[in-house]
Design a protein around this ligand. Structure first.
Ligand SMILES: *Cc1c(COP(=O)(O)O)cnc(C)c1O
Length: 382
């Protein structure tokens, strides 16, 4: 047997099960309206919730940074890769999340992997929600700590498991907004349990920063408990419209991460242009923009419910559960034909037979665009 055959076999199996993946090549900026292969689409699949990737002010700031600092950063953060912009961004993030310090990583993925693997060690326990993002799962896999998975957002189950590991050092980690379901962690309860059982609490704000709370400060603002979690992790790649990941925490944790997190230490830092866009993106997270996003979410949910499709969301992610993988792909293809770009999400991103349309909204979508989408989904999903 040829040594490549096993990979071809696996790919064939994936095609047969409708799990094979391909990429669409986008020929325009990431915004609510995009072009693919010369055809225009309304984009309902992006994580750029505040539509900042193609914002004039953000682009001007990026251009200024480009002219001043050039393109690459030339080294890791601990060698030559820290510019005044990196420093400024970290100060801004600490202020935003009301913490002593912040540290920026190259991606959100690298943040979770670096943080979880460095703050836990052999003999520790990590308590992780069963629907946490893959980057959290991979951070747990890299850690030498024991892993305990609790049922999705089920604080009774978490407490039951905490009781079994009394006295051990550990971490409770959860998405703030769950990336494929759009629901929100029961943070007040999670933080109380963490304090009661002496564990660190960590939330991943990838889909919450710029979305939840009246100023878009995230899950803590949504519940009115700012400063509650021990470690707040987030990304600059979603609502902020740039790239990168970050952690906000007290000085000790952040200094520890600077010295111990391998994905921070052993990778070239982000380009000053990317950092400048992130700072400008933070400037653009205003109560008005966040309210416009929330208004669009409510509008879409109302229209879909009227059309007989049951949905509910407090975040910018609205899942329409289809079940069958091929059916989800077929509906997504039909929407594409009509000029609406909506992703079909399948195993292994979600459980088998829970394939879904994952609709994401932007603050800039018009009511006409949203109504058009809701009408079609109502027709295809009945
Ligand atoms: C997208 C995402 C990440 C990874 O962030 P990137 O900046 O894209 O690497 C981490 N956690 C969650 C919950 C996410 O949705």
């Amino acid at each position: 047997m040829d040594k490549i055959d096993r990979y071809a076999d696996e790919l064939k199996r994936m095609r047969d099960e409708s799990l094979y993946r391909t990429m669409n090549v986008i020929e325009s900026a990431q915004s609510s309206n995009i072009t693919i292969d010369g055809k225009d689409y309304v984009l309902f699949a992006s994580n750029s919730y505040l539509d900042l990737c193609n914002d004039d002010y953000v682009k001007e700031c990026a251009q200024r940074a480009l002219n001043m600092y050039g393109t690459g950063s030339g080294g890791s953060r601990l060698t030559t890769g820290t510019t005044a912009l990196h420093d400024e961004l970290e100060r801004r993030l600490a202020l935003l999340k009301k913490r002593e310090s912040a540290i920026v990583f190259d991606t959100g993925y690298m943040t979770n992997v670096g943080v979880i693997s460095s703050i836990t060690s052999e003999g520790d326990i990590i308590f992780s929600d069963e629907l946490n993002h893959a980057s959290i799962i991979d951070g747990c896999r890299l850690s030498k700590a024991e892993l305990v998975i609790y049922r999705h957002n089920d604080m009774e189950d978490l407490e039951e498991k905490l009781r079994l590991y009394r006295g051990k050092h550990g971490l409770i980690v959860s998405d703030g907004v769950f990336s494929m379901d759009g629901d929100i962690v029961n943070l007040p309860r999670l933080v109380r349990l963490a304090d009661e059982y002496g564990k660190l609490s960590m939330i991943d704000e990838a889909h919450a920063t710029g979305v939840l709370g009246s100023n878009g400060l995230g899950t803590e603002e949504y519940y009115g408990i700012e400063g509650a979690a021990d470690i707040v992790m987030g990304t600059l790649s979603k609502a902020v419209g740039s790239e990168g990941g970050f952690v906000c925490a007290d000085n000790t944790i952040v200094s520890y991460l600077r010295n111990k997190a391998r994905s921070f230490i052993f990778s070239t830092s982000l380009s000053p242009v990317t950092i400048a866009s992130a700072i400008a993106g933070l400037d653009c997270i205003t109560a008005e923009r966040v309210a416009a996003l929330r208004d669009n979410v409510r509008y879409l949910c109302d229209r879909l419910n009227e059309a007989g499709v049951n949905v509910k969301s407090d975040s910018a992610i609205i899942p329409v559960i289809i079940g069958d993988e091929q059916k989800a792909l077929d509906i997504s293809a039909e929407l594409m034909k009509q000029g609406y770009y909506v992703s079909a999400i399948r195993y292994p991103t979600v459980k088998k037979n829970s394939a879904r349309l994952r609709i994401t909204l932007m603050s800039s979508h018009t009511k006409e665009e949203i109504r058009g989408l809701a009408d079609l989904i109502g027709r295809y999903c009945k």
